[in-house]
Design a protein. Structure first.
Length: 136
């Protein structure tokens, strides 16, 4: 393998890690992929309009897992509504959840988090995805 291919692969890996800000220490044994936002981003959404987040997941956890989504503005977490963590079977599968914002805000990223569904609710996966939703 040439040095150019190695450096190219390293750049791609670092770019993916930067874009999704995967938390250090989180294992690839637990991952959320194929994330689809509806409506697409960037977009303008109405107050209390649901933004649906569909995804695939894979985990080696022996018990059920919970996956939740939290929207963020540049100032932190705004007031939002969601169903909370969606409980899913161990192994691989697909799921979806949603969130809505009740007042004017600009959502700049969303956090997707996978935890054990039952105590001690250990964090298994966390990633931040850049978005741009203008809530009006």
């Amino acid at each position: 393998m040439t040095i150019r291919k190695i450096l190219g692969s390293l750049v791609v890996l670092l770019t993916v890690l930067f874009l999704f800000q995967v938390s250090p220490g989180i294992s690839a044994d637990h991952i959320v992929t194929n994330i689809v936002l509806t409506p697409d981003t960037p977009n303008i959404v109405a107050f209390d309009q649901e933004v649906t987040v569909a995804f695939d997941y894979s985990t080696t956890n022996e018990g059920d897992v919970a996956i939740d989504v939290t929207p963020y503005t540049s100032n932190g977490v705004p007031a939002f509504t969601s169903p909370g963590g969606v409980v899913l079977d161990p192994g691989t599968g697909s799921g979806s959840t949603w969130f809505s914002i009740p007042k004017k805000a600009t959502i700049t990223k969303i956090r997707i988090r996978m935890t054990q569904a039952n105590p001690p609710n250990e964090l298994l996966f966390k990633a931040f995805i850049p978005v741009n939703y203008q809530v009006k």
